[in-house]
Design a binder for this molecule. Sequence first.
Ligand code: UDX
Length: 437
Amino acid sequence: MIGGGYVGLVSGACFAEFGTDVAIVEQDPHKLDALLNGRIPIYEPGLDAIVSKNTETGRLTFGNDLAAAIANADAVFIAVGTPTRRGDGHADLSYVYAATREIAKAAKNSLLIVTKSTVPVGTGRQVAQILKDERPDIEFSVASNPEFLREGSAIDDFMRPDRVIIGIDNTSPEQADRATEIMRELYRPLYLIEAPIVFTDLETAELTKYAANAFLAMKVTFINEMADLCEKVGANIHDVAKGMGLDRRINRRFLHAGPGYGGSCFPKDTRALTAIAQDAGMRSRLVETTIEINEARKSQMAERIIAAAGGSVHSKKIGVLGLTFKPDTDDMREAASLPILTRLCDEGAHIQAFDPEGMDAARPLLPEVIDYRQDALSAAEDVDILVILTEWNAFRAIDPKRLRETMRGDIIIDLRNIWKPESFRAAGFKYSSIGRP
Ligand code: UDX
């Protein structure tokens, strides 16, 4: 497994748990040092346990020597980063291609190379070409096996997936058969639980990943738009979403209105998809519009808070619960809190914030003036306004009466709809949420 980041580490540990010997190659000395010393550099429930269990048995190892790691391998997974390239929205593939060249250089016998990173359509084909150019003496097979892991439930997503997508380079039938056989073997435990495994070609597998993420980003954006409409016409988004979602063709998941999607995947993958479409000579207007609406939404959320404060937040004390892009992660990438809190600080607000896992990651990304607190109630202490930005479960149990005594003001803006409006209004709050009367 080349790359011990989020995808590489979770996939590597889970393959080891499935019974395969896995060597994870990580170049970053800090990350590697952490892994070698039994520290998991990311927050992911359950990961710690499988990593330590499988390192103890020796099935999972870490190192920085790629040649040694692939010496006796049947398959090599590329799980390096593919950040958005500056300027054109494309995924930056330099790490993927560099890893490919290194693998080619070090390879001793025929090998299956699998891209696990989310890569644009055509990358698998390009990987195959590089391998051929660099080592015409070796028979490589190439596959694309995109991940569909959600942060916070990645282990479960890997162990009990809705589906596994495997694209195989079928240029040579012999190599394709070999690749199929190895991939089947790797995912064998999933056949037992009858998880659907879809075998297809490289380009289809690559596009499927983008299509799925873009669709989900669109679904969230759609429900956000309906929530805005609910506010205008006096309807309740909770029931609208429920009513829509009971239609099995729509499905209830991902219909939770909020401050706009963030994270390491949706923003990056939607941008990459529009770039792929443009390169192919067309536009993906639905996805382009989704991106635009979602970006705008984050600044609208700051406006909403300013309006609720009576038109200005200057010198106002604002308590903030939740900073990460979603709960059960310490990930701050493209979190709605970033533009919202930056704007509120620019407007002269004093922010007291608490997040159960994200504060270390948040500090360097947010204005320095933010005062980080050790728990939710302390973040609410003496504030004029309280804003909920991430729906951590721990916040659900907060007692409205106790909160009322803690705050000096009475305004709550719940951008994740975690609380019952009636209970908070009964406790004397001016409570507003998203799309609920
Ligand atoms: C996502 C995909 O779900 C996963 O399949 C893919 O492989 C990686 O990207 P992740 O980024 O971990 O996973 O988060 P996800 O749970 O999908 O949420 C993404 C964003 O959408 C979050 O900001 C979340 O708050 C938001 N969201 C999600 C909503 O606002 N409402 C919803 O109903 C669902």
